[in-house]
Design a protein around this ligand. Sequence first.
Ligand code: CS2
Length: 482
Amino acid sequence: MTGLDTLSHLTYDPAALRIGAAHIGMGAFHRGHQQTYYDDLARAGHRDWGVAGINVAPPDIAAVHAAQNGVYSVLAEDQDDCTLRRIGTLRRADDRPDPCDPLWDEIGFATLTITEKGYCHVSGSTMLDTSSAIAADLATPDAPVTAVGFLAAMLDRRRRNGGAPITLASCDNVASNGALLRGVLTDFVARTRPGLVGWIEDNVAFPDSMVDRIVPRMSGASADRLARAAGKPDALGVVGEPYRQWVLADRFAQAPRPPLEEVGVQVVPDVEIFEYMKHRMLNGLQSAFAELGRLAGHGASHEAATDPALVAWARRFLAAQAETLTCPPGENLADYAATTLHRLANPTIVHPLAQIASDASFKLPQRIFAPAADRLVAGRDVALHASIVAGWIAQAGDATPDRYGVTVSDPGAARVAIARDAAGSARAVADAVIRAPLFPEALAASAVFKVQVADWLELIRAGDPDRLRARLRDDTRSDAHA
Ligand code: CS2
């Protein structure tokens, strides 16, 4: 096992770390990605960047965290490499903590991974969706149940105590995530604590951030693999791939922050082009596999990424997505495409397609719809994108658990399923579902796109995975070079 000697033992005393940063959303991703950077800082001798973790929603981890003193392992494995890293930087873990805890006054840098729907926004905007979970916090802002409500209460106490500025870095897979966090927080505060709006403007920085590492939710099988590698069960530990990337906008509040650039985080003026690359290529292909791979009979990402028909399709898709991008400095989009396929083919990471398909109505707009609209505007073909949209429409609302016991959940799916089931013919379904505002105007107005979606829907309705795979393999209409 590579890296065993260097990383599998702690080289610092976790209890001696000062808590200087906070994170909201201590799911598998945070524990397997961002904590590895804090761990690198501690290993490099920094003692001020222990992290206080907060969960505003289940699953709860405080009890598990306490039982192992917050120390856990990350098993990172792929076709070529396997590393076990012991981590001691998640110093506190609070499930639904008090936003008025004086601890938060000491924090100058906090990050968030609360999933796309955690922002409670109207998809495609920075406005609150008042019919989402935020409704409860709008009614009782002092007893928050959402991250937005928690931050508002925490910042209000800070302001009243003459508190210092703070950086809040959203790290979710949402375009311009810093602007989104600022937007929903300002909207919420304007409705509940208007006196706080100006203070936030003056004292809170919202840098955009792009984070990347495939870390699926833990399963029984991954827990067993981790236990074998670590020599004992580890209920806080996670299994992920070795690849990792964190790009953070150089826009911080006048407050102490971890020197993340010392451990490989790219601090850059413009994160957006990195976000677009990741959302459209890596996440776009994951979502494409989630829809088309399930229809072709696959259960996990690596199965789809090693099916020759889907691989042929994926190469064309990645080239088509790349045509909508500006290449970020230091990147090469052809290499990024090859790395993406290699990462998704990693057989050691079982990433259920049903997990990726969850919340598709929040994910597809930036991963699939926006690049498709850009292609249409540029006079390019969108048949590949139409196949994904058709797959999503055909499967929306299907609550059958997959072979890993995972069920697709998407609050936006019910509306799609109702429109689909009422419409009748494939063309009528495409017309009924593809409407602005969820779809960009260019797509909603495109008769060609709707015909292509209807065409794929017909094929999917035929229910023959082999025909579908053959068509995916051979249909070169969106070949970037055609
Ligand atoms: C995945 C992401 O479930 C999903 O939506 O596409 O969690 C993906 O694995 C990460 O963004 C990788 O960094």
